[in-house]
Design a protein. Structure first.
Lengths: 491, 618
């Protein structure tokens, strides 16, 4: 009787909205797999189990069963057994390269009967549970350096093991846990510095060779980075210090320099605008140092150091890329960032992906009518490049619906995580939404040619059992924990 | 208990906001890719859609009696898909079925693989292995085709000829050249286009309209079926059939008669301007210009010193000789220089003026116009021209010359007549400017006297001579000669129905007709005389560096003429030697539909008469 009551309680307090989004995404995902694996020649049955769309039905059905199974288990075991689960996954990840067979250089797939599974996809929830348990274990402050180090270790160990399986993409997903750290109190500056570094590196190198508008001698990459340094520093001055005047001096003066130098180069004498910007940034650093001395406020010093560090990082990254790295390493990075054309490799994928999506137009070509994806112009179209099929067959409208559904999922998960009574649930919730966000951010960005090409699946869309099961487990454990929140309150 | 740190809880907005911004950027990016930019759509289409052209059947060509002359015959290209064939096919068996050597087989495979020679090479798509096999060559291969995986057949059509004659009229087709491609977007590399003859002039009627079939092609270039179920495909529209005005039996006779001789026969139906036969000798068998051997044969023919590829009937420039005197008589009559019966000019074995002499043969003198034409008196026409050039009617000799030139042009000389065949020559009619330049303005009728007898600067094409005959037969007008009588389902170009009147009125033509009739009954053309119908004719014996050219221009019957003929035999001697008898045979054949036994015997005799050209070979 008690059991039944409990089950009723779970059903009543289950977050049905998240489940609705999940089901909607699964449905759209299945349609995309149909589109991507359909062959004009063998215009066969999309439900046939010999086709990938047919197999995807099996994965979807088994995922739903898995979800129901997870919901029927008492959520308290996750917290109790989190370290055990984490440890078990570490062992599995450690063993994987020895058990795995090589698929395109990746040593991450273990064959069980006629199916292959990828432990890396499942290790995410183990890691999430472990870190949630650790953080919720005692009154932990994440602004303490030692605690941060332990947290980082929990994340970095599975990450390293996955890198060893040559699945860099899957490993990078673990970076998403830092979003949760941020929510749990990691100083925002950490995150900000990390984001800024990525921005400097990606933007600076990606657009290094491209000119600024009609001024051929000005490197757009350097221009954007220097503008970024100026803007970040000005805004930080506004946010972290109390005096208003320095911000206006820095922001207004900077704007004046930028506009004036641009007009001068455009109408009087063309010159490398980056010298003007470099001059501006150096001037700003000196001003900040002066303020630090005058006001005796450390924030000014930190901001000055940030600006100086930014310059140092950007120019040394450029130097390392150009002078330290071997040519083939340079090429890999350049291809990854979309600077170099590589018609046979990654560059081909991205350009064909853009063609497929672009050709979809506003309304798309219709279900099963996409030519680019069906005629195999886009490689890996049913796994990592599945979003192309959405773009080609469902057009801008379909893509927008899919992206908004993902946004809705992430927002809903924030809401779900925030309403957790225990910190364990909240931390786990943020881990889950972080993983989803990272996958969507990188996967869709890669297909659209905006982020580097990192081969990770699009949740609920990419073909395959392992990733679908992995995402389902991740999500449904959260839903189960969430469903138990009321009972915990009552007790 | 969960520690509710409200400062930290605010961070959920930062995270939610970051997600929002990322999704927003992606949506904007999608908008710019999918809505703002059409390039991707074009790229996608050129990726995936293969527009395969469906070739229309080229129009057939038949003669005026409905005999099929040119039609399409299927030929077969043998295609190979390297990926499927190499290493699998029993190459010994293959070579024996195709009648090729192993060496050739391997060489050919290397050629196909060579991207320099074959830029569109792909292992997965069909490449031409052998082209233009005839049905016979192909049939034994087809039986065994199932044993050769990776080999396919592509049907094409090539021109086939139902006759061995009329090569110059029919012309030929060949692959388009870069100029054609640039000039007309209809063509693509490898297409066929009319190169000569009516194949060229009626190219746009014959070629039809291409159809397209849109196919889906995958990333490896393999065809994956038709796009949208073939909804956008367009069926080709076949080309239009042509009916020639040529009578193939007459053409055949003409070509037989001209065997072993250089020159031309042109016959025109005066009332319509339809060309009945257009013989240029030497000719060649049109079969040589089709199929795989075309290139080789074409080079050989172009190297032949006798220039068989040149269509002498429209591109050859010849002095018309005495046939030209008819045009002079008409001009002098119309201008009142001579009167039909009153004027008689002396001729004592020629025209003598001071030290200038234009020779003539023996005949009674002085003569009036009609017998002068009949006997082809040089003296008469020289005096005529002399008087015209010196006439006080005109301000000066230049004006006289200009008037003369206008008459000539009105008779269709000096400019291309506009026949529907490529390569027509305009001939040569000098004008006052020409002589002013040549003689530094100091010239008179005597200077240019030889043009009166169709010598000197004057040059006509055989077609222009025949057209002169047609104009006289019509008593004063001609219709631009043409070889195509009908384009299927279309009215004839008005250019070929319009009457062109000369500057001479029809009464004056009657005197010339009478003169030409007298030439047949009792003058230079006696051998053309027959009791069956009244023949009118004029011989020509044109002097040139070598042996004289033999020419004849005439028509029959005298009333309601059915045929006008010009015969020009290079170095054939007197007009009466070759011109007249050949012209007579052509007239008989056309008017009676057949030759009498005696005529048939004569035809055979002429067929076997050869003229030795040697040094005069042109």
């Amino acid at each position: 009787m008690v059991k039944e009551d409990e089950q009723k309680g779970v059903l009543r307090s289950l977050d049905w909205l998240t489940i609705a989004i999940y089901v909607a995404l699964l449905g759209l995902g299945w349609m995309s797999v149909c589109g991507a694996s359909y062959d004009f020649d063998q215009a066969g049955d999309v439900f046939s189990f010999s086709s990938r769309s047919g197999m995807q039905i099996v994965w979807i059905a088994s995922s739903l069963l898995l979800g129901v199974f997870i919901l029927s288990i008492d959520e308290r075991i996750y917290e109790s057994f989190s370290y055990v689960i984490y440890g078990a996954f570490l062992l599995l990840l450690l063993a994987t390269p020895f058990l795995a067979h090589n698929i395109k250089g990746s040593m991450s797939w273990i064959k069980i009967g006629s199916f292959s599974i990828q432990p890396a996809e499942f290790a995410k929830f183990g890691t999430a549970l472990c870190i949630a348990r650790f953080i919720s274990g005692f009154e932990l402050k994440l602004n303490k350096f030692k605690n941060l180090c332990v947290c980082a270790a929990i994340v970095l160990i599975p990450m390293g093991l996955i890198v060893m399986q040559r699945e860099t993409g899957s490993a990078l997903v673990y970076i998403s846990f830092f979003l949760m750290f941020y929510r749990e109190g990691m100083p925002g500056a950490f995150l900000f510095v990390g984001v800024a570094a990525v921005f400097y590196f990606v933007v600076g190198i990606r657009f290094d060779e491209e000119p600024l508008l009609n001024l051929p001698e000005v490197s757009l990459g350097t221009y954007l980075v220097l503008t970024g340094v100026w803007l970040f520093s000005s805004v930080m001055t506004r946010v972290y210090t109390t005096l208003r005047a320095p911000f206006w001096w820095m922001f207004g003066g900077g704007l004046l320099v930028i506009v004036a130098s641009f007009l001068f180069a455009e109408y009087v004498l063309p010159f490398d605008l980056n010298y003007a910007l470099l001059f501006l940034v150096v001037l700003m650093i000196l001003y900040l140092l002066y303020l630090a001395l005058r006001e005796r406020v450390m924030q000014y010093l930190y901001i000055a150091l940030f600006s100086l560090g930014s310059l140092g990082f950007f120019y040394s990254a450029n130097y390392v890329l150009d002078n330290v790295m071997e040519p083939h390493q340079q090429d890999r990075i350049k291809v990854l960032l979309g600077i170099m054309d590589d018609p046979k490799g990654v560059g081909y994928n991205v350009s064909q992906a853009k063609i497929a999506i672009g050709s979809g137009g506003l309304q798309g070509k219709g279900f099963l009518n996409g030519t680019q994806t069906k005629l195999k112009y886009v490689p890996e179209q049913d796994t990592d490049f599945i979003f192309c099929t959405v773009g080609e067959e469902e057009g801008f409208v379909g893509c927008t619906v899919v992206l908004l559904l993902f946004l809705a999922l992430i927002w809903r998960l924030i809401h779900v995580a925030e309403r957790q009574v225990y910190r364990f649930g909240r931390v786990y919730g943020y881990c889950v939404l972080g993983v989803f966000f990272f996958h969507v951010f990188i996967n869709v960005g890669m297909v659209l040619g905006l982020t580097p090409v990192i081969g990770i699946p699009l949740p609920f869309f990419s073909y395959g059992g392992s990733s679908l099961w992995g995402f389902t487990i991740l999500l449904f454990i959260l839903l189960r924990i969430d469903a138990g929140r009321n009972r915990l309150k009552k007790n | 208990m969960a520690d509710k740190d409200f400062h930290l809880e605010k961070r959920k907005y930062v995270l939610g906001g970051v997600a929002f911004v990322v999704i927003l950027i992606y949506i904007l990016r999608l908008f710019s890719l999918q809505y703002m930019n059409e390039d991707y759509k074009k790229n996608a289409d050129s990726n995936a859609l293969l527009k395969r052209i469906q070739y229309p059947a080229r129009g057939a060509i038949s003669d005026r009696n409905g005999k099929l002359l040119v039609y399409n015959q299927p030929s077969y290209d043998i295609m190979i898909v390297m990926n499927e064939a190499v290493g699998i096919v029993d190459s010994v068996d293959l070579c024996s079925s195709l009648g090729i050597t192993m060496d050739w087989y391997h060489k050919r495979l290397d050629e196909i693989r060579d991207k320099k020679k074959n830029p569109g090479y792909s292992r997965y798509t069909q490449q031409i292995f052998m082209s233009q096999l005839s049905a016979e060559e192909f049939s034994s291969f087809q039986e065994k085709l199932f044993r050769f995986p990776g080999f396919y057949i592509q049907k094409r059509s090539i021109r086939q000829y139902g006759c061995e004659q009329a090569a110059h009229i029919l012309g030929d087709v060949g692959e388009v050249n870069p100029d054609d491609l640039e000039r007309d977007s209809f063509y693509q590399s490898g297409d066929y286009i009319g190169k000569q003859g009516v194949e060229r002039t009626y190219e746009e009627k014959l070629r039809g309209v291409k159809g397209t079939e849109i196919l889906l092609r995958d990333a490896r270039g393999r065809i994956k079926g038709s796009y949208m179920g073939g909804k956008l495909d367009q069926a080709p529209i076949p080309g239009k059939n042509l009916t020639l005005s040529i009578d193939m039996e007459l053409q055949d006779l003409g070509e037989r008669l001209m065997k072993g001789k250089l020159g031309s026969i042109v016959a025109i139906e005066p009332s319509t301007g339809e060309v009945l036969c257009l013989v240029s000798s030497p000719s060649y068998d049109p079969h040589l210009m089709t199929g795989r051997q075309r290139g080789k044969n074409s080079v050989e023919l172009s190297k032949d010193p006798m220039k068989p590829l040149m269509n002498r009937s429209i591109a050859g420039r010849y002095p018309p000789g005495s046939t030209f005197k008819t045009s002079q008589a008409l001009t002098f009559l119309q201008e009142g220089i001579i009167s039909p019966t009153g004027t008689a000019y002396p001729c004592s074995r020629g025209f003598h003026y001071g030290s200038l002499t234009v020779g003539c043969h023996g005949h009674g003198a002085p003569l009036p116009l009609i017998p002068a034409i009949a006997t082809s008196c040089n003296g008469y026409f020289c005096w005529g021209l002399y008087h015209m050039m010196g006439s006080h009617k005109y301000k000066d000799v230049q004006e006289a010359m200009t008037t003369w030139k206008d008459y000539m042009v009105s008779m269709g000389f000096g400019y291309p007549l506009g026949i529907d065949l490529p390569g027509e020559n305009r001939g040569m009619i000098p004008n006052a400017d020409y002589y002013d330049k040549a003689y530094k303005k100091s010239w008179n009728g005597l200077t240019i006297i030889s043009i009166a007898i169709g010598q000197g600067e004057v040059c006509l094409t055989p077609l222009q001579i025949a057209n002169l005959g047609a104009t006289i037969a019509n008593r004063g007008y001609y219709i631009t000669p043409h070889v195509v009588k009908e384009v299927q389902g279309e009215p004839l170009d008005p250019k070929y129905t319009e009457k062109h009147y000369t500057m001479v009125n029809s009464q004056n033509y009657n005197y010339v007709v009478e003169g030409m009739r007298r030439a047949v009954t009792g003058g230079t053309c006696r051998s053309a005389n027959t009791t069956m119908y009244e023949v009118c004719g004029k011989t020509g014996t044109a002097q040139n560096r070598g042996h004289d050219h033999s020419a004849f221009m005439g028509f029959a019957p005298k009333e309601n003429p059915k045929i006008a003929v010009a015969v020009y035999v290079e170095n054939g001697g007197f007009g009466a030697t070759f011109g007249v008898p050949i012209g007579a045979l052509i007239m008989e054949k056309f008017i009676n539909g057949k030759l009498s036994e005696a005529s048939e015997a004569r035809a055979r005799e002429f067929e076997n008469r050869r003229i030795s050209y040697g040094d005069y070979a042109r």
